[in-house]
Design a protein around this ligand. Structure first.
Ligand code: ADP
Ligand code: MG
Length: 690
């Protein structure tokens, strides 16, 4: 077979006729290459297989043996049990599958089975397999080439996992050599990541001698996945930062210096470091395209204001875009306060402004009177014409799409772009999701903030918790009570939250003022409730889902989270961030239903470090679940695992950035470019025009 032979239809493989080909198509396997990359979903390691003769009742066991007899046994209660006696060199055991008489048609005498499940004592030793795999039929041998690891493949109806295994085993030796010609990772990168070449990796995946070998194979394919995505990011990064020249902001210090001197506090180490990174970007002809990650309260706004003032003192405008009206207004207040007496014109632009206000604002933006702009999506509408936009800051990046971020970046000339996020995520995830941005981390809190006291309580303690809310409200504080989003439609949680709201306001706290907010309310109504809460007109806010990100009600001191186990740790962290913003001691109380749930949440109650919590969340839930699919944009990796592969990711990132620096259009690497296009289609073609 030659190179392009991997593109041949799967039907040309040994043992595949038209009918087989249809079945393979059901698994999504159309070409020889598809079959080659159809890798096992897991392995059975027969080195852990036990001898049947040694099995003890009361233990879990994995065995390999042949069926010597079988049959269906009716019981008095009408339950039908499939039974088979299985033998290996050390002895016999009876295996029993209650309620599965159909297995009599699936399993045959002489089948070599891999079985695992509990061993019981029932008229003798009996295995109750939880899982079984047919390794071979009567007369067939399995070739393990001295190894003891059985690959278990995804299969489909009509094409068993055993048939898939045989098909691949029979064709593998023909498929590997042409695969070697498709190696696109250079030896230096592979050496650094310590992964084998492609051909070896594929062999290791399909025919491993040990689980360690199989893992080495996976890592090679994972590295390729990560590298390709990082290449794509590097190309976008190059386009955004280098292709179009950016603005060189000088150091006039006309505003930055007096601002620095006016601050009532010293900057944290992290703030200094990040300001250095931003300063380098702004002072260079490369455009800044940077993500600033930091927990709520880490001091991002102050950092952003330094950058904005630097733009303004160079004669440019700077804009800060927030995802909601309330947040925009909050930013406006903060900026006005921080700017103080400095000669800087601050201007708001949101959809709530009257037509006259809006007209005036647009005029001030266009003639350059307005220097610092704060607003919502209203800032990126077509009628907005900036006099001279030099810096675009986007708050809460994940609430906007990439398109909106780029829209602001395209306003005016080529403004520098600073994206802020208060959702700490593990570095590996940040590099994957936002790999086209440079990363800055504010991982230190300003001193002097009181930690939020976090407690885990079982649901039976609810009335004590409610009494506690009453006490806090009596002291003039406010509280949140949050219910989880149970399903996409939100109906279930909506019901529980509205019912609970009724009960709380009529029976439990008739003397207090309660409000409710949920995702199905129209935006103005939500806004109105949030404003009422912020103004202190509501004592207790019942909510179904996440309360507006970043909302700042300093007087709120209690956060009660019902069914806390249904939230991810990072979500809990966001919720907890709503309290502890004033001078009073704040509390976060998690109501849970079981000791297991409490265990899972212990790490959360022991730290307020958002990055540590995010790492723990990644470990607990895995990358797929970490963010709801819809908002994440996380690519579906087949091989890479962001939790395990952080090291590979770094290698991939550095290699991709340096390659694109040398050759932005990959013109000297046609095969790499081809492979990238094969993988990413349209997205990869983006850069050809650039
Ligand atoms: P973020 O935007 O990251 O949530 P902010 O910039 O709004 O955080 O800062 C939160 C609060 O901490 C503000 O009141 C701000 O003035 C204050 N702050 C920021 N940096 C420092 C610092 N280095 N020392 C003390 N207080 C600070
Ligand atoms: Mg620049």
């Amino acid at each position: 077979m030659g190179y392009s032979d991997l593109d041949r239809p799967a039907q040309f493989l040994k043992g595949v006729g038209p009918k087989r080909a249809d079945l393979l198509a059901r698994l999504g396997l159309l070409t020889a290459r598809d079959v080659l990359y159809h890798v096992p979903r897991r392995y059975e390691d027969a080195s852990t297989v036990q001898k049947i003769g040694t099995l003890e009742p009361g233990t879990e066991a994995t065995v390999v043996g042949r069926i010597v007899s079988k049959g269906v046994l009716p019981t008095r209660k009408g339950l039908r049990i499939f039974q088979a006696v299985v033998r290996d060199s050390s002895g016999l055991i009876e295996c029993s599958w209650p309620g599965q008489p159909f297995l009599d048609r699936v399993l045959r005498k002489g089948d070599l089975l891999l079985l695992s499940g509990p061993v019981r004592f029932f008229h003798g030793r009996q295995l109750q397999p939880r899982e079984y795999e047919i390794l071979a039929r009567e007369g067939e041998d399995i070739s393990t080439e001295g190894g003891a690891v059985f690959p278990i493949y995804p299969a489909t109806e009509g094409l068993s996992q055993r048939q898939v295994r045989k098909l691949i085993a029979d064709n593998l030796d023909d498929l590997l050599p042409p695969a070697a010609e498709e190696e696109v990772l250079d030896p230096a990168m592979r050496a650094e990541a310590r992964v084998p070449p492609l051909q070896d990796a594929l062999r290791d995946l399909h025919r491993p001698h040990t689980l360690v070998e199989a893992e080495a194979g996976r890592r090679r394919l994972a590295l390729e996945e990560l590298f390709f995505l990082q290449l794509l990011h590097a190309i976008v990064h190059h386009q955004q930062t280098t292709q179009r020249p950016g603005i060189v902001f000088g150091r006039t210090d006309a505003l930055v210096r007096p601002f620095y001197q006016s601050l009532p506090f010293a900057l944290t180490e992290a703030q200094r470091r990040v300001l250095g990174e931003i300063g380098n970007d702004m002072g260079s002809p490369r455009r800044m395209n940077r993500l600033l990650q930091g927990d709520v309260g880490a001091g991002k706004t102050v950092v952003a204001l330094f950058a904005m003032l630097r733009a303004v003192e160079n004669g440019y405008q700077a804009a800060l875009m927030a995802p909601t009206e309330i947040l925009a207004e909050q930013h406006l207040r903060t900026l006005r306060k921080l700017v103080g007496e400095l000669p800087v014109e601050v201007q708001l632009l949101t959809g709530r402004m009257s037509a006259a206000e809006r007209r005036a604002a647009l005029a001030r933006i266009e003639d350059g009177t307005a220097q610092l702009l704060v607003g919502t999506h209203a800032l990126i509408q077509e009628r907005v014409r900036f006099h001279r936009l030099g810096l675009a800051v986007v708050d809460e990046q994940h609430r906007f799409g990439v398109r909106q971020r780029l829209a602001l970046a395209d306003m005016g000339e080529t403004p520098d772009v600073l994206v802020m996020s208060a959702t700490p995520i593990p570095r590996s995830l940040a590099l994957t999701l936002y790999g086209d941005l440079d990363l800055s981390l504010l991982d230190e809190r300003p001193p002097g903030r009181q930690p939020v006291r976090t407690a885990l309580r079982y649901e039976k303690a609810r009335s004590t918790v409610l009494d506690f809310i009453r006490e806090q409200v009596a002291e003039g504080r406010q509280a949140y009570v949050v219910y989880p989003l149970v399903d996409e439609s939100e109906t279930l949680s909506l019901k529980s939250a509205t019912e609970e709201y009724q009960r709380l306001s009529e029976e439990v706290f008739p003397e207090l003022r309660l409000g409710i907010i949920h995702g199905q309310m129209p935006p103005d109504q939500k806004d109105q409730v949030m404003r009422g809460f912020a103004a202190g007109e509501i004592d207790i806010l019942v909510s179904t889902t996440v309360i507006e990100v970043g909302i700042d009600v300093a007087n709120a001191s209690v956060m009660v989270i019902e069914h806390a186990e249904r939230f991810g740790l990072s979500q809990l962290h966001q919720l907890r961030g709503r309290v502890g913003r004033g001078s009073a001691q704040s509390f976060c109380i998690l109501l849970v239903s079981s000791p297991e749930a409490a265990d899972r949440l212990r790490i959360f109650s022991s730290t307020e470090d958002g990055f540590r919590i995010a790492e723990a969340d990644l470990q607990l839930r895995g990358q797929g679940d970490l963010f709801g699919e819809r908002q994440s944009g996380l690519p579906a990796f087949r091989f890479a695992d962001l939790e395990k592969d952080a090291g590979l990711l770094n290698v991939a990132r550095v290699a991709a950035r340096s390659l694109v620096d040398r050759d932005p259009h990959l013109s000297t690497y046609p095969e790499l470019r081809q492979a990238l296009e094969r993988r990413y289609g349209e997205r990869a073609r983006l850069f050809q025009t650039g």
